[in-house]
Write a protein that binds this ligand. Structure first.
Ligand code: ADP
Length: 298
């Protein structure tokens, strides 16, 4: 098979590992920069050109679309889908997962356990919406934040109201969320491929930090998930229609609570923490699914 990794940077660990795994399993791999793709629509059908070359022989793609280029990146993924190329992650699922509010709405509908979260259009000077969450401390998150930036812990109701007002004055949308204190500045990431948890790690924030993001100086260690944690992660990924996903959860008194489902989860932290060949598992999933797709298309 000819499998393309959609990535802007061939030097990234995840990109390199995926290419390596493609070749190890006897396929032909290439990296395509999605921002260098032109999307052509005409009555003879959809096509994609990159650097003047028409892409005609790709069997499957693995999208690695960064959050800052979601719009263009997902348009390219969608164009491949229109050309009947198998995508390891559906364009629609990427779009959904990139919107924190939309993701939480979908997870809530599916009955996935979450920290209680509120979104409002009118918090002007009162704290009515705060009452849904209960008492401070509360977590306030920018809707479009990533890597822990734009995640604020407000210790008192007053602080929460001021922070929400400050964001509002900047015309920035935020959500308010129940603070899960007992998580102790740690979260767990379950990596899912094809309906199975293939690796899991616990990330601990640095001393005095409630955010566990590795980009914020946290560290990661392998962890064995409980049955409940596994089933919660699988349910979350399934409700987001993601066959490959990184599900982030907090360990709370009432069991695992899902924070986020990532559609382009990085491989470096999880492969290093667990020693599992996750890139290889992703290629095995593509082999199975792309072949099945070709049979049904044919
Ligand atoms: P981002 O998408 O920017 O990483 P997250 O929602 O994942 O934002 O939050 C970043 C980190 O902050 C999480 O990994 C977790 O450690 C901590 N955190 C987020 N929400 C809560 C919460 N409701 N209660 C306790 N800790 C939280």
């Amino acid at each position: 098979m000819k499998i393309a990794v959609l990535s802007r940077n061939p030097k990234l660990y995840s990109t390199r590992r995926l290419l390596e795994a493609i070749e190890q399993k006897g396929h032909e791999g290439r990296i395509i920069d999605h921002l260098k793709c032109d999307i052509i629509m005409e009555d003879s059908g959809p096509s994609i050109y990159t650097d003047g070359e028409k892409l005609t022989d790709i069997d499957a793609i693995i999208p690695r679309i960064g959050a800052s280029v979601t719009f263009y990146g997902t348009a390219v993924v969608r164009q491949f889908e229109m050309m009947n190329v198998f995508s390891a992650v559906e364009s629609l699922a990427i779009t959904r997962s990139r919107d924190k509010l939309r993701s939480l709405q979908i997870l809530s509908r599916a009955g996935v356990r979450l920290p209680k979260t509120a979104f409002t259009n009118s918090s002007k000077g009162d704290n009515k919406v705060l009452k849904h969450i209960g008492q401070a401390p509360v977590v306030i998150k920018l809707l479009e934040g990533t890597q822990g930036l734009g995640v604020v812990l407000a210790e008192t109701d007053k602080a929460a109201t001021s922070v929400v007002e400050a964001f509002e004055s900047l015309k920035t949308r935020v959500i308010l969320q129940e603070f899960i204190k007992e998580a102790g500045g740690a979260d767990i990431r379950a990596f899912i491929v094809d309906g199975e948890v293939v690796g899991a790690m616990k990330r601990q924030g640095k001393e005095g930090e409630f955010r566990s993001n590795l980009h914020r100086g946290g560290n990661a260690n392998i962890i064995k998930l409980s049955r409940e944690e596994k089933s919660t992660a699988l349910k979350a990924a399934k409700s987001m229609r993601l066959a490959i996903a990184g599900v982030d959860m907090l360990q709370s008194k009432r069991g695992p609570l899902v924070l986020e489902v990532n559609s382009s989860p990085g491989l470096e932290g999880i492969e290093k923490a667990t020693g599992v060949d996750i890139a290889g598992k992703i290629i095995e999933y593509i082999e199975k699914s792309a072949t099945k797709k070709r049979k049904t298309d044919g």
